[in-house]
Structure formats: C-alpha cells, structure tokens
Ligand binder design. Structure first.
Ligand code: PRP
Ligand code: URA
Length: 209
C-alpha cells in the first residue's frame, strides 16, 4: 500500500495546524486543536473500514445501511498518543483500546519500550489504528507496528498529526503494507530529531509538562 494521506489542503485542518504550531498557544487551546485535528484524521483513516449491509426499520419504512464488520482497535503510543484516544472512542464507541509505551532516548533517538497491553489479533477480523501525533525519525512507529505484527495484526494504519519525510521513508522501508494518515507532512528533521517547522514536544505541550 505505502500511501500517505495528507489533509492539510482542507481549510479547517490548516486553520487548526496554525493554532497547534504556534508557540503562543497554551495547553488548553493546544489540546482543543489537537482533538479537532485528530477527528479529521480519524474520519479520513476510517473511510475504508470493512462494512456489511444491515436492514434498519425507520418509523417510515425498511431501509439498509452499511455497518462496521470488523473490530476496530485504537493503539495509542504513550504518552502523546493519548491525545487521540477520546476522539477515536467518540467516533467509534465500539472500538477497543490497546496500549504501547515507548519514549525516544534523547541522545540516541532510539525508541525505549516500557509498556504493552495488546490482545492476540489473529483471533478475529480487525483494523488497528496506531495513534501518535508525531512521526519524526520513525523509530517509535516502526517499533510499534512490529509489536502489533508480532501479536498477529495485519491491517494497520498509522494516524499522526505531523510527519517528517524522513520518518515516512523509514516506516515504508520497514513496513510497506502500512498506510499513514496525517494533517501535515512537514519539511525535515533538525539535528536533534525535532520536526521542522513542527510544534515542539507534543507530549509536553498536550500535558502541560
Ligand atoms: C514523541 C512522539 C513519538 C516520538 C516520535 O514521543 O509522541 O512517539 O516522539 O519520534 P520518532 O519518530 O523519532 O520515534 P516521546 O518520545 O517524546 O514520548 P512522550 O510521548 O512520552 O512525550
Ligand atoms: N517528538 C515530538 O514531540 N516532537 C518532535 O518534533 C519530534 C518528536
């Protein structure tokens, strides 16, 4: 698949990216714009979920609608991925939530794994949506995707708010079967692995730390 869906051309996406990026945006407004952007990314990423036809009786007549035919798993990468979970559960109340704890070692930029709570995905039809606002070097996302595959997951999408081209390249080199949905593909990484222009440290800004 190897596709990146970038939503920045939508006026509401661009408007909220401006809020999210600004160093003058406080944590409350940062959280609000992150949630609005996550909603738009989530809607795009769920467009191709598998569905099945169901008959519905309205007060007027019988009709049919397509309803979800597979389990949806939201998998936030802690911490910053938590920013996108409530949005996912609001849109898909039937969704399940698994967790992957990773942080980037600031010196080596390598992901350090500290927590995992995932099911055996091989038992039923599923779609896994990995949630992490930032894709920088790609190390964290590549590790998270591998952890899902190790548990039997096969249908995996990565939902982010901002990506660096370097991270996209790394994800596709290791996992060409994964699709990436994002509000923005930014310019590049700086010498310490931060996305430029980016927004700074997503977890710190979202949680006010
Ligand atoms: C951030 C971000 C990603 C990772 C991206 O997390 O939320 O998980 O960095 O960087 P990468 O693509 O180079 O791996 P961070 O390590 O700051 O942890 P946090 O969410 O706990 O703040
Ligand atoms: N993680 C962040 O939170 N921001 C970046 O720019 C890169 C990694």
């Amino acid at each position: 698949m190897s596709q990146v869906i970038e939503l920045k051309s939508h006026p509401l996406v661009s408007h909220n990216l401006a809020l999210l990026r600004s160093k003058d945006t406080d944590s409350q407004r940062f959280r609000e714009s992150a949630q609005r952007l996550s909603t738009m990314v989530m809607v795009a990423a769920t467009e191709s979920l598998n569905t099945v036809e169901q008959t519905v009786e309205t007060p007027m007549k019988s009709t049919s609608e397509m309803i979800l035919a597979e389990d949806v798993w939201l998998i936030p990468i802690l911490r910053a991925g938590l920013a996108m979970v409530d949005v996912g559960l609001n849109l898909i109340p039937e969704a399940h939530v698994g967790f992957i704890g990773l942080y980037r070692d600031e010196a080596t930029l390598q992901p350090k794994h500290y927590y995992k709570n995932l099911p055996d995905f091989s038992e039923s039809a599923h779609a896994c949506l990995i949630l992490d606002p930032m894709l920088a070097t790609g190390g964290s996302s590549v590790a998270a995707i591998q952890m899902l595959k190790d548990e039997g997951a096969s249908d995996i999408s990565l939902l982010t708010l901002i990506c660096a081209p370097e991270g996209i390249k790394e994800v596709f080199a290791k996992h060409p079967d994964v699709s990436i949905f994002t509000a923005s593909v930014d310019e590049h990484l700086n010498e310490v692995g931060y996305i430029v222009p980016g927004l700074g440290d997503a977890g710190d800004r979202y949680f006010g730390t």
